[in-house]
Write a protein that binds this ligand. Structure first.
Ligand code: FES
Ligand SMILES: [Fe+2]
Length: 419
């Protein structure tokens, strides 16, 4: 029987049982949620959006994480920059809208005006001794990984982002995300703790029973199975899939699409995983008919049959890069029991809606899948609130990556000196 008497974070982290889901307070306790925001979301690289969100100089996007609000903008030199969304006068939010386009960043309270590099250009009535040079917007660390934008709220961001970026750039580059556009985006508030959202994303054990749309392009044996439970037919199918992955990797790699799995989910501070996987049916895309949803392919890709590149980062993102479109997801914690999932669908920037692609067809699979996942996460959240809840065992064949997510989380919390 689990000793549930000491619910201090340090004790909970110390007694975490490997191979099992976390104890209930990790999913429900507002104090642990506050520690998560501070130690995980305040000190690691957080995926927040894509360069095409701020495609032109003056485009700006606001990202809120806990009490922190960040402006991401593109300056006149075409560089993406990030600043705290806090006016250096009396602290007003400078930008209120999620996305906008500006000449300069003007605080509406007293019209202090900053340029797109955060420099204070104008502050009326401040007298001759006022030093505008000391009152620029505070910068936030930001990195673009082939167009995927990550911010770090810490003064001292994890340095191994560079290692991840060096390994990942060749995988992502062929899709040329910087020259794509956001064709559609959705916001969904999932009724569960952010860790339940991530755990749900890190396995496909639940897919066959819950995702009729998503399982059309996916292979039944693509996400693990217990070998001893397979009958002859199952064994044959599993072998066929393994052979297909091997042959596909060889073919794709020979034409410049790195495909082999790289997995550092719990042994790097900036944990990540990637692999390019074949798709079923026509083999082109995550769509209802498995065919490309956009006629104009990304970058210089000239064949839609390049499967789907999965890319995950700890603690809060997953992405699917296909030949014709990219779907990208960020999970932003709102409180202990609610998480915002932002999904963006990107196509080539020159693709024309209604001619090259249809939004409903482009987004159908993941719109449906997100809603199904939100419901599943809600079911677990309700369970975690019950006195009857206790951590349950992960499948060693289909939930290894959920385990790695939890290992990463527990390890990082401990490393940050969680109390
Ligand atoms: S608070 Fe922004 S100008 Fe006064
Ligand atoms: Fe799912």
């Amino acid at each position: 029987m689990l000793d549930k008497t000491d619910t201090h974070l340090e004790a909970l982290l110390r007694r975490r049982k490997p191979g099992y889901s976390l104890e209930a307070p990790f999913y429900t306790d507002p104090d642990i949620f506050a520690s998560d925001l501070d130690l995980i979301f305040g000190r690691h690289w957080i995926y927040v959006g894509v360069e095409p969100d701020v495609a032109e100089p003056g485009d700006a996007m606001v990202i809120d994480i806990g009490k922190t609000s960040v402006i991401i903008t593109r300056n006149d030199d075409n560089e993406v920059r990030a600043f705290h969304n806090v006016c250096r006068h009396r602290g007003a939010r400078v930008l209120q809208d999620y996305k906008t386009s500006v000449g300069n960043l003007v605080c509406r309270y007293h019209a202090w005006t900053y340029d797109l590099d955060g420099k204070l250009l104008f502050a009326e009535h401040m007298g001759k001794d006022f030093d505008a040079g000391c009152h620029g917007l505070k910068p936030v660390h930001i990195r673009s990984l082939e167009g995927l934008l990550f911010i770090c709220l810490s003064d001292d961001p994890p340095a191994d982002f560079d290692d991840m970026a060096a390994r990942m750039a060749p995988y992502l580059a062929p899709h040329d995300l910087k020259n794509a556009k956001v064709a559609f985006e959705s916001e969904l508030i999932e009724p569960g703790n952010w860790k339940l959202v991530m755990e749900n994303n890190r396995e496909c054990y639940h897919c066959a029973g819950n995702h009729p749309e998503l399982t059309v392009p996916l292979f039944a044996y693509g996400f693990g199975f217990a070998p001893e439970e397979l009958d002859d037919m199952g064994r044959l199918e599993a072998q066929r899939y393994a052979d297909l992955v091997k042959a596909s990797h060889g073919e794709w790699e020979s034409c410049g699409f790195p495909s082999q799995m790289i997995e550092h989910l719990d042994d790097m501070v900036t944990g990540f995983r990637t692999e390019r996987l074949p798709l079923d049916g026509a083999g082109e895309s995550h769509t209802g008919d498995t065919r490309a949803a956009c006629r104009k392919l990304l970058g210089a890709i000239n064949d839609p049959r390049h499967g789907a590149l999965h890319f995950w980062t700890q603690p809060n993102s997953w992405h699917h890069f296909m030949s014709d479109h990219v779907v990208t997801f960020s999970a932003i914690p709102l409180d202990a029991e609610r998480t915002l999932v932002r999904t963006k669908w990107l196509v080539h920037k020159d693709a024309v809606e209604g001619v090259d692609y249809d939004i409903a067809n482009l987004t159908a699979v993941w719109q449906a899948t997100n809603v199904q996942d939100a419901e599943l996460v809600g079911l677990c959240q309700e369970g975690a609130r019950s006195p009857a809840y206790e951590p349950g065992p992960y499948s060693p064949h289909t939930e290894m990556l959920v385990e790695k997510f939890c290992n990463w989380y527990v390890g990082r919390m401990r490393a940050q000196g969680a109390r």
